[in-house]
Design a protein around this ligand. Structure first.
Ligand SMILES: *[C@@H]1O[C@H](CO)[C@@H](O)[C@H](O)[C@H]1NC(C)=O
Ligand SMILES: *[C@@H]1O[C@H](CO)[C@@H](O)[C@H](O)[C@H]1NC(C)=O
Ligand SMILES: *[C@@H]1O[C@H](CO)[C@@H](O)[C@H](O)[C@H]1NC(C)=O
Ligand SMILES: *[C@@H]1O[C@H](CO)[C@@H](O)[C@H](O)[C@H]1NC(C)=O
Length: 256
């Protein structure tokens, strides 16, 4: 009897973890309600136009676009909000209207490229100087790490599914497989979530970056923040780690 409660609890935790991970995966795949609400990282560029004018003494005319359907990455104009998911990113001209890039497996998190590829080339040229020596501009570092994090999260998601389905079969071997899957899944999600947390944290450096330190400084006006996808991933890790305990107990005490 106790074994059955264990399995029930472990299955429930695995199910919740899998659900959370599915939400993480659908983040920013399109602009409809749920995917729009989930991102790994966000960049709010609203204040950048003013900061840019103050720094360069040039007006920011034509820096932003208000056409929310115009394709991204083709110098059609900067959007106010950029939100990054695991397969694509979307950019919004206001809280609701936006467009997304095509989907790519293991899409790289390269916020600087995303932003500057929407600007006219004279603006992006300035940005290369303004953001020099920040992690934010280091697209190869961010891109590589986000890819590694993606593969850990993908493997974690697959193993969470394995744990959920093998955990309900009354057989010592399957209980062993579900315990092992749950532990390895938790480790993979832990690594993926930790990498994402770390790279977004490093990008947050631009939130306080002074564009012209020699002249007293104008804050960049760009605001990088964690997306809730990172928190969902941490919650999935907690569920998987917690599920491993009852799986292990069942594995030892409930041989079918
Ligand atoms: C973006 O930042 C501006 C201030 O710079 C703020 O007023 C606005 O609410 C922010 N937008 C979002 C969606 O967070
Ligand atoms: C917005 O962009 C789309 C796609 O490039 C284009 O077809 C449309 O005419 C643009 N709308 C306006 C008002 O410029
Ligand atoms: C956002 O922009 C779109 C297109 O310009 C507009 O239809 C919509 O009402 C705007 N939404 C908000 C909340 O301002
Ligand atoms: C995105 O997908 C569309 C339709 O499949 C294609 O026409 C377009 O070239 C793609 N864009 C990029 C940047 O790959």
């Amino acid at each position: 009897m106790r074994g059955e409660y264990c399995i029930g609890g472990a299955s429930f935790l695995s199910f919740v973890a899998l659900l959370l991970l599915i939400f993480v995966h659908v983040g920013q795949i399109n602009t409809s309600l749920v995917p729009h609400g989930i991102a790994m990282a966000k960049v709010n560029t609203s204040g950048f136009g003013q900061a840019f004018s103050n720094t360069t003494h040039d007006p920011d005319q034509g820096l932003y676009t208000t056409n929310y359907t115009s394709p991204l990455g083709q110098r059609n104009g900067l959007r106010q909000i950029y939100e990054f998911g695991l397969y694509s990113y979307c950019a919004y001209v206001n809280g609701s209207a936006g467009t997304c890039t095509n989907h790519t497996i293991a899409d790289k998190f390269e916020p600087y490229i995303a932003l500057t590829s929407d600007m006219l080339s004279n603006y992006s040229g300035y940005c290369d100087a303004l953001f020099a020596n920040t992690t934010f501009i280091n697209s190869s570092y961010l891109g590589y790490n986000s890819r590694v994090a993606y593969y850990f999260m993908l493997i974690g998601t697959i193993l969470a599914t394995v744990a959920l389905f093998t955990g309900v079969i009354r057989n010592a071997l399957f209980f062993f497989i579900s315990t092992a899957s749950s532990i390895v899944a938790a480790l993979c999600i832990l690594i993926g979530a930790a990498i994402w947390t770390s790279i977004v944290k490093k990008c947050e450096g631009i939130n306080t970056l002074e564009l012209t330190p020699l002249n007293g400084g104008v804050i960049s006006g760009m605001i990088v923040s964690y997306g809730n996808g990172i928190y969902l991933a941490w919650a999935a890790f907690a569920c998987l780690a917690a599920a491993a305990v009852p799986y292990m107990v069942s594995c030892c005490t409930f041989r079918g």
